[in-house]
Design a protein around this ligand. Structure first.
Ligand code: UDP
Length: 372
């Protein structure tokens, strides 16, 4: 059997490992430098309260891809869950993503959908034809006032730079609606795994031809021991940063515990620049089918990623993209390594996109690596 190394035990690595192992043609070794599987999706029950904690921040599974939805549902029951986020701005609580309720709350109106469309159209900056930056995208589609209230401060805190320096694609993640639909996502399927994400990933990794080694760092010297490597770590780290480091934002949390309910919602964003954190997540609200007397909540803070921090959000500023291109040119030259996932491709991907790409990556590999 051919030996395969998968670097990283998050969704990307687990899905690829599973696809290869089940052909019966490969022995797959999965390594991860952390002490747990699951990457940044890792979940764990708090021993004191029994609340399922998303250790690296809130994760809500959503997709419109039926293949991906069916895939994850094979490993755990995904309980339907609609993510409804609120935003606190200037002492008031608003509905997110921007919808008819937000517009009516913000302007003190009782607009119908058609009236709100006209109103926001009037507010939008008509001089921007093809928005390239986050700021242009916001000013064109929601206008200066809503932009300044809900996006400017939050984004500056989250990304540590002016929204005018960020790509429009970041804002395009969020819908703007002229109805009272306050579902944070537009996707057909949405849910939370009953037993947490680490359980799902553990199930994906459970196969007689897969071994998992934790606390194990990847070394380029081991490459010759394997027929092929699937690498899901940071692309710049693979090349020992010799073209420089790619910019990431990282987040850190301050944990609080108390009796009862802290905020009555899983996630509340804080849009004011003067509030140092971006959002508060209260994890027991991600499992509304359970009930707890106590609660745990986290203030989330964002900062630049130093060498010891875990990278979260790829910044993709102009300088980053130049460095990325140099690494990508080197990737082209390497035949026995596939790069996949958020860190290895340096893209802002969600779990469902990661799974879709990992399934495709394995399929492409298996098509080429035909048995003789
Ligand atoms: N964003 C914002 N205000 C909000 C929520 C989001 O300005 O209340 C911006 C911010 O720049 C953020 C981006 O929209 O990085 C994408 O938001 P999303 O909720 O998808 O971010 P994630 O949950 O991945 O951190």
């Amino acid at each position: 059997m051919k030996k395969i190394l998968v670097v990283g035990a998050g969704f990307s690595g687990a899905v690829v490992a599973n696809s290869l192992a089940k052909t019966g043609r490969y022995l797959v070794e999965v390594i991860d430098e952390r002490s747990h599987i699951g990457g940044n999706c890792h979940t764990e029950k708090d021993p004191d309260t029994g609340i399922m904690i998303h250790k690296y921040g809130p994760h809500i599974f959503h997709t419109s891809n039926e293949v991906v939805w069916d895939y994850v549902n094979r490993f755990d029951r995904f309980i339907p869950f609609v993510n409804r986020v609120k935003s606190v701005y200037n002492g008031q609580v608003y509905s997110l993503p921007i919808n008819l309720h937000t517009i009516n709350q913000f302007y003190g109106k009782a607009f119908s959908p058609a009236e709100a469309i006209d109103w926001i159209k009037e507010k939008g900056d008509k001089s921007i034809l093809d928005p390239k930056t986050f700021e242009e995208q916001a000013k064109k589609f929601v206008g200066e006032e809503l932009y300044k209230a809900f996006f400017y401060g939050y984004t500056k805190k989250q990304w540590g730079c002016e929204p005018a320096d960020l790509p429009a694609s970041i804002l395009k993640r969020l819908p703007v609606r002229f109805s009272y639909d306050d579902n944070y996502y537009n996707d057909r399927f949405q849910g939370i795994p009953e037993n947490g994400y680490s359980y799902v990933i553990e199930k994906i990794l459970t196969h007689k031809f897969i071994t998992v080694k934790l606390n194990e760092k990847f070394s380029n010297e081991s490459r010759s021991n394997y027929h092929h490597i699937f690498y899901t770590g940071p692309i710049d780290a693979f090349f020992s940063f010799h073209h420089g480091r790619l910019g990431y934002r990282t987040v850190f949390f301050k944990e609080y515990r108390k009796d009862g309910d802290h905020q009555g919602n899983p996630v509340i964003n804080y849009a004011d620049e003067s509030v140092p954190y971006t959002r508060i997540h209260e994890h027991k609200h991600f499992t509304p089918w359970e009930s707890f007397d106590k609660t745990i909540y986290f203030e989330e803070y964002s900062k630049e990623t130093s060498e010891v921090d875990i990278p979260y959000y790829p910044k993709r500023l102009e300088g980053d993209l130049k460095i990325l291109k140099l690494y990508e040119e080197e990737v082209e030259q390497i035949k026995n390594v596939s790069f996949l996932g958020r860190l290895a491709t340096y893209r802002y991907l969600d779990m469902h996109q990661i799974i879709e790409e990992a399934l495709e990556c394995a399929e492409r590999y298996l098509e080429k690596d035909v048995p003789v």
